[in-house]
Design a protein around this ligand. Structure first.
Ligand SMILES: Nc1ncnc2c1ncn2[C@@H]1O[C@H](COP(=O)(O)OP(=O)(O)O)[C@@H](O)[C@H]1O
Ligand SMILES: [Mg+2]
Length: 498
């Protein structure tokens, strides 16, 4: 509320709240720091897991910072900003989420002390900006280049990202798979290399053990062959990818056709059968030996296809059909009328296999060798989920190194060196050399480069940038203007449950 000539002027809607100056600033800092404190204990191989129970009672157990923050239903706007930082870190570099949040939390903690001493936020921000730039400069200076053919080093980078992620003895197996998978999808663009994690399909299936996780040279579809009379294996497959149903919509019929006697019924059924046969003939004439359909396949069509020796599956996810299109070079057919032989995709082998209690279809040795999948196995569903998160981290860091082939040593080594160079601090580190960090298992200070605790420069760079950015953004705020919350809906009138 402002006063002009003693008249109160309302510029905000009634019920809006306003929180200014120091109160706003301190409130924001505390909220953001609470978020950082929550994830702090998950940091590193000795990090603890968090168990989160959502409002429906579903439980997630993880030590993955991004996942913890994702599951928390954070309300405070400044706390939300920190959650955002973790998200972007995850999207951009795929690792270092906890690091970025903890770093931001620490920057805010220091800022609080400076604010107490009367330092203006813009001064603090300028300092943080300078320090951030300097840190990134030193980071690049001390980093080591990696030869992308050096798979041993890449494996170590992958293993560092998975340390403490409850994979136990399977860590190395996962690292090997991650490096191999990235190797398959990597592309040269100009002078640099790129690899897209989306080209690596992750398929989870409960059962067996983590060590049974395997790299598959192609696409895996979580569907089975639709008819028992169809072949379960097709070599040198010519694949029709359909985004059209092989059935006649029943509703259309009943609206148009009136059946008054058995003869009519028979001719109507004959007509339906003929339509189905025509559809299948069309597909067979184009030369397809495999039909992968996004929509339904009618029983009559199924048996016609079985007779023709075609392997078919139905109700395949749209995203899988798109993946198959990229992998097999096949065009997605939306109208059978204009289907041509050149629309078909190709794969060395299409086969239904029994995985656990289910059957899945493997499309292997596809036209595009860049299509790979990883079939993740573990005894419990929760383990499979955590294994997937670990594998994503591993794939991301290997891709980070492919994109920018520079690494540093972890275990706090790089952070300590940066701190030391930025302000002359860290006596133990100084005497023990550049890459001395903490061996979290023995508690001793050792050479992390020698220990093979290796991390992409990209992850650290990004963590520093985003931590500085969000801390500055939070410090700049001196006014929180919040709209009034809508009154709670009376029972039974709320929005329908999702
Ligand atoms: N074997 C190890 N010894 C010491 N530190 C390690 C080891 N493996 C990983 N780290 C450190 O753990 C930190 C990453 O922990 P993590 O829980 O994955 O958090 P983030 O979400 O930031 O990636 C990094 O600082 C990394 O250097
Ligand atoms: Mg990590």
């Amino acid at each position: 509320m402002s006063y002009l000539a003693n008249q109160p002027i309302l510029i905000l809607k009634e019920g809006s709240s306003r929180n200014r100056g120091k109160d706003a600033q301190r409130g924001n800092i505390s909220a953001a720091r609470i978020v950082s404190e929550v994830v702090k204990t998950t940091l590193g191989p000795r990090g603890m897991d968090k168990m989160m129970v959502d409002s429906l009672g579903d439980v997630t157990i993880t030590s993955d910072g991004a996942t913890v923050l994702d599951e928390l239903d954070v309300q405070h706007p400044a706390a939300k900003m920190l959650v955002e930082v973790a998200k972007t870190q995850d999207d951009e570099v795929g690792d270092g989420t906890t690091t970025s949040v903890v770093l931001a939390g620490e920057l805010l903690k220091r800022a609080e002390l400076l604010l107490d001493q009367g330092v203006h936020p813009t001064v603090i921000n300028a300092g943080y900006k300078k320090a951030g730039e300097k840190a990134k400069e030193i980071l690049n200076e001390i980093s080591k280049p990696v030869d992308l053919k050096d798979t041993e080093t890449l494996k170590k980078v992958a293993m560092t990202a998975m340390h403490g992620k409850s994979l136990g003895g399977a860590t190395e197996h996962f690292a090997k798979i991650a490096v191999e998978a990235v190797n398959r999808v990597v592309e040269k663009r100009g002078d640099s290399f790129v690899a897209d994690i989306d080209n690596i399909q992750l398929v989870k299936k409960e059962g067996k053990s983590l060590l049974d996780t395997e790299l598959v040279n192609g696409v895996i579809i979580d569907k089975e062959v639709v008819h028992p009379g169809m072949p379960k294996r097709m070599e040198k497959a010519r694949i029709a990818l359909l985004d059209t149903a092989l059935e006649i919509e029943k509703t259309e019929f009943s609206a148009e056709i009136k059946i008054s006697n058995p003869q009519q019924m028979q001719s109507f059924l004959d007509e339906e059968t003929k339509l189905m046969k025509d559809m299948v003939d069309k597909i067979a004439e184009a030369g397809a030996s495999v039909v992968l359909c996004q929509k339904g396949i009618d029983e009559i069509a199924q048996s016609f296809m079985a007779k023709q020796g075609i392997l078919a599956a139905r109700r395949i996810k749209k995203s899988d059909i798109e993946k198959l299109s990229r992998a097999t070079g096949g065009r997605i057919i939306t109208n059978l009328e204009d289907m041509k032989a050149s629309d078909l995709g190709g794969a060395g082998l299409v086969e239904e296999r029994k995985i656990g209690d289910d059957k899945m279809i493997f499309v292997e040795d596809a036209k595009d060798p860049k299509s790979v999948s990883i079939l993740i196995r573990a005894g419990l569903e929760r383990m499979v989920d955590e294994a997937e998160r670990s594998l994503k981290d591993a794939l991301s860091v290997v891709i980070d190194v492919v994109k920018k082939n520079k690494i540093v040593a972890g275990g706090g080594a790089v952070e300590t060196e940066l701190a030391k160079r930025i302000r002359d601090y860290g006596a133990a580190h100084e005497t023990k050399g550049l890459w001395s960090g903490i061996n979290v298992y023995t508690g001793e200070i050792t050479d992390m480069m020698k220990e093979g605790v290796l991390e992409p420069v990209k992850v650290k760079e990004h963590a520093i940038s985003s931590a500085v950015e969000v801390a500055s953004m939070i410090l700049r705020i001196d006014d929180i203007i919040a709209a009034a919350k809508p009154p709670p809906m009376p029972k039974g009138q709320g929005p329908p449950p999702e």
